[in-house]
Design a protein around this ligand. Structure first.
Ligand code: MHF
Ligand code: KIV
Ligand code: MG
Length: 272
């Protein structure tokens, strides 16, 4: 199963478009720090997303809204120092691109210059079209993000499945085609019906990366800490847990506490 991942020396935005054309699925995970990114890259992931989910996972905020551009740059620069192969995509955080296209470009340039990331991701469709065009015109690759867009959570009020109504679904397909037309190299589709996601993937030639969007798309993304089972209170239907690290870490740490208390640690070979 892990044959294809060694074939590309370094993943570029062009590689991903080729992978879709050849029918090879794209693997993507988040990372926010050097040590985790080193493991994820070494295991053969295609794309690392420095997600604004760092706001939840790293900082403990309830939403992605509070994380700042400076904080995203700190996370992204740590990730970039770790990678040899993966493409690094960085989320533009809430408030760093919505005001006007010039601000969007300034924020994207700061990410590229100060973190060394390879591309940026923005949430939204036609409403941010001009901002995306500005960023693309500067030679910065852009990944789109449609469907459930967590930066607009207060507009919707819930994290429920998006685009279940016909009008919303039609708008989403239009937005995906628009993002392709203006030059985005890929699109994340979050929490929409699998049938609709498949239809979108078949309607555009750029890769569609799904999270909670079924198997008919061109790749999958998950939050690293979720798939490792560290965020044990988060269990949406779309999440597959590959480990139960929450439990394993709790056991390891409580064992350490016991060992310190009982002076089992350190033993003779663990001291000078
Ligand atoms: N740890 C983590 N994982 C994520 O996937 C993630 C973040 N944080 N933060 C930013 C966004 C928010 N995301 C979310 C948040 C909630 C659900 C969700 O399905 N929540 C509930 C259902 C809510 C509802 O139906 O009203 C669930 O079933 O867990 C999905 C994606 C995805 N992103
Ligand atoms: C869930 C993914 C797509 C994301 O945007 C993030 O982690 O911030
Ligand atoms: Mg995000």
């Amino acid at each position: 199963m892990s044959v294809a991942k060694k074939e590309y020396k370094r993943i570029t935005v062009k590689t991903l478009v080729d992978m879709k054309a050849y029918g090879e699925k794209i693997s993507m995970l988040t990372a926010y720090d050097y040590t985790m990114a080193k493991i994820v890259d070494g295991a053969g992931i295609d794309v690392i997303l420095v997600g604004d989910s760092a706001s939840n996972v790293m900082a403990g905020h309830e939403t992605t809204l509070p994380i700042t551009l400076d904080q995203m740059i700190y996370h992204a620069s740590s990730v970039v120092r770790a990678i040899d192969r993966a493409l690094v995509v960085v989320d533009l955080p809430f408030g760093s691109y919505q005001s006007d296209p010039k601000e969007a470009l300034r924020s994207a340039i700061r990410i590229m210059k100060e973190s060394g990331g390879h591309a940026v991701k923005l949430e939204g469709g036609k409403e941010i079209k001009e901002s995306i065009k500005r960023i693309l015109n500067a030679g910065i690759p852009v990944m789109g993000h449609l469907g459930l867009t967590p930066q607009s959570i207060y507009k919707f009020g819930t994290y429920t499945v998006r685009a279940k109504e016909e009008q919303e679904a039609a708008d989403l397909i239009k937005d995906a085609k628009l993002l392709e037309r203006i030059g985005c190299f890929a699109i994340v589709l979050e929490k929409i019906p699998a049938k609709l996601a498949k239809e979108v993937a078949e309607s555009v030639s750029i890769p569609i990366i799904g999270i909670g969007a079924g198997s008919g798309v061109d790749g999958q993304v998950l939050v690293l800490h979720d798939m490792l089972g560290m965020t044990h209170e988060f269990h949406p239907r779309f999440l597959r847990r590959y480990m139960n690290l929450y439990e394993e870490m709790t056991n390891a740490i409580s064992q350490y506490v016991d060992d310190v208390k009982t002076v089992d640690f350190p033993n003779d070979s663990e001291q000078y």
